[in-house]
Design a protein around this ligand. Structure first.
Ligand SMILES: [Fe+2]
Ligand SMILES: [Fe+2]
Length: 249
């Protein structure tokens, strides 16, 4: 995996860590926000990819700057690395959905400091910058949050926006996509994921109303590639129209 910059304004930076070498497990993105020499890691990933993520993280920020981790929901590709990160830095605080505390403890590190996020959401301040925890329940997990950075205009959107891309993929859906052609090509790799993993059209509507009030320049999913500029609106409009929560059996 490798680290690439997403946003930079003075001491305020965002990074994506992406493109696993090992594809026996689902390809996942990890994000890092750094401000004034403090940092937070978002959806730090699975036990299996911890060495790759850690090696890439070192290219971006000193591991000693990590003050916190954010966990959008309980899945193993999000949080099963918890005991390994905790062994590296036992002071890191873990912001997790309150509903999932007893389940996330099954990953180990029973003494790790967990900060529960109530269903209404909340926020954390890292290096003087406030990140907001935006409720995204049932997208796809029953207690699920996204993270909004109002200064960088970044929405970390967890599994929403996810696409299943081949090895060697780019970190971005083409940033100069004037016509939407690159978006159309990309979204064909996102369709099945949303239809099958997102269970509720009502939850989807609720999320769309919530995020439509945010100024978003970069929509950053935990699988696939980043949507920027016009492609953010293209994605939200596409998701609005998609019928989700169906399986054939
Ligand atoms: Fe998930
Ligand atoms: Fe995921």
């Amino acid at each position: 995996m490798k680290a690439a910059p997403v946003f930079e304004a003075g001491s305020h930076r965002w990074w994506i860590i992406y493109d696993q070498d090992e594809h026996r497990v689902i390809d996942s993105n990890v994000y890092v926000m750094e401000s004034n020499e403090q940092s937070i890691i978002l959806d730090p990933g699975g036990f299996e990819i911890f060495p790759q993520v850690f090696a890439a993280l070192v290219e971006a920020v000193p591991p000693s700057s990590l003050k916190a981790a954010f966990v959008s929901h309980q899945d193993p590709d999000i949080a099963s690395s918890l005991p390994l990160w905790h062994a590296c830095n036992e002071k890191m605080e873990w912001h997790i959905p309150k509903l999932w505390e007893g389940f996330i403890r099954h990953y180990g590190a029973l003494d790790a400091p967990l900060q529960n996020i109530d269903d209404e959401g909340g926020s954390v301040i890292i290096g003087g910058r406030r990140l907001e925890f935006i409720p995204a329940h049932y997208l796809h997990s029953s207690a699920n949050f996204h993270v909004y950075d109002p200064e960088a205009k970044i929405l970390f959107s967890g599994d929403v926006g996810a696409a299943l891309l081949p090895p060697g993929h780019d970190a971005w859906v083409d940033r100069r996509d004037k016509t939407g052609r690159a978006f159309a090509e990309h979204i064909s790799k996102a369709k099945y994921f949303h239809e099958r993993w997102m269970p509720s059209n009502a939850a989807k509507k609720n999320w769309i109303e919530r995020v439509s009030q945010l100024d978003i320049q970069y929509l950053c999913p935990q699988h696939g590639a980043i949507y920027s500029g016009d492609n953010v609106k293209r994605f939200i409009d596409w998701f609005d129209k998609l019928n989700v929560g169906s399986a054939t059996a």
